[in-house]
Structures are given as C-alpha cells and as structure tokens.
Design a protein around this ligand. Sequence first.
Ligand SMILES: C[S@@+](CC[C@H](N)C(=O)[O-])C[C@H]1O[C@@H](n2cnc3c(N)ncnc32)[C@H](O)[C@@H]1O
Length: 201
Amino acid sequence: MKLDILRILDYPFWFNLIRYIITGSQQSMKDYVYKWLSSESPHLVLDIGCGTGDFFDKRYKEYIGIDINQKFISFAEKKYKKFKNANFVVGDVLFYKYGNLRRRKIGIILVSMMHHLSDEELFLLFDNLKKLNVVSLVVCDIIPNPKGLLKKLMVALDRGAYIRSEERKIEILKNYFEIVDTKMLKAGLAVQCGIVCRLKK
Ligand SMILES: C[S@@+](CC[C@H](N)C(=O)[O-])C[C@H]1O[C@@H](n2cnc3c(N)ncnc32)[C@H](O)[C@@H]1O
C-alpha cells in the first residue's frame, strides 16, 4: 500500500513541485511528444489525463486536456487562460463522450498515465479512441526496473498501480495500434519509455 502522505499530490502546488524534483522540466518528453504529434498536423490534440497541463503547447491548433482532478483542471485553466487554443475539461477519460470529436484529425498525448490504468481500463479507453480519426498517439510512461537505486526508489513511491515493462506496454498497444517509434527518455530521476503509435487500418 502506498503512503497516505502521497495524497498531497492531488494538490497542484505539491504535484508540480514534487514532479519537478523527480522529473525536472520533462523537456525530453515534451520534445518527443511535440515532434511526433506535429509531424501529423492534427486539427486537435487530446491530452488524456493532462494533470496540470504541462504538455500543453501553444503551437497546437487546438488542445483539449482531460483530467479527473478538478483542482488540476482549475490550475491549468488559470495558467493557460491567455491561449485561445487551450481547453481543459474535468472528466473520467474512460467515460468521456468522444463522439463529437469524430470528424477531426486527432493527435493523442498519453503521458504518465498508462500505469494508472488496469489492462481492462486501457482496453476500454482504446476501444473508444479507435472510433476517432487518430493520426498519432504518443505514450510516455515509466518502466519498473530503471538502472540506479534512486530511480528504483522513485518507481516504488509512484502512485500508479500498473507499472509495466516496455514489452508489456507494446503488447497492449499492438492490439489497436502500429508502433512507429520507441525511445527511452531520461527525465531527471525518472526513465520514461516513449512509444509512438498509429491506429491500425
Ligand atoms: C501522473 S499524472 C500525469 C499528468 C500529466 N499527463 C503529466 O504528465 O503532467 C496522472 C494523471 O492522470 C489523472 N487520471 C487518473 N485516472 C484518470 C481517469 N480515469 N480519468 C481522467 N484522469 C485520470 C490523474 O488525476 C493525474 O492527473
């Protein structure tokens, strides 16, 4: 069972601070996500489990971040309010009404999120996403066995209950997507596995 004190991570200030201590600015991940999404020129970027909106980029035509945590969404709305292309929605990504997005070319961000969802929940999410015109999905997610004691400690303290190996992540994704690229991304004390996918035709 994870420590109760980690509940402070539900508050934007503590979430941002502790994440910064662990992963720094996440620049390697932001560059990877932007590079692969922008190459497909999506009309809309959907950030699934957007947290406090760290992966919003003003260069996207339109961006919608969805997160279940109301406090994170309020924080992100305030932080990015001057950007007309930034939209944030409180919602459970498993039950979000994706139907009205169907006609548009969509790029999807799934960062530090896979390990918060069980296999069944991921299948439910991907069953919904496959009905959309998804041109690219970029995943970044931690791995269970990074090199170094400190990095292993960070994994042990993570609140996600489903930390999977790179192979297992790919195995799940392959039920829906073709894998276009993979890359290990160093971000401070964390190692993130980057995976770029395209919907299977
Ligand atoms: C580790 S954080 C990552 C946040 C963001 N993607 C980032 O990298 O900065 C995981 C996020 O997933 C959100 N989350 C977990 N389960 C969710 C669900 N079913 N629907 C929407 N958001 C969810 C949490 O509230 C949290 O903000």
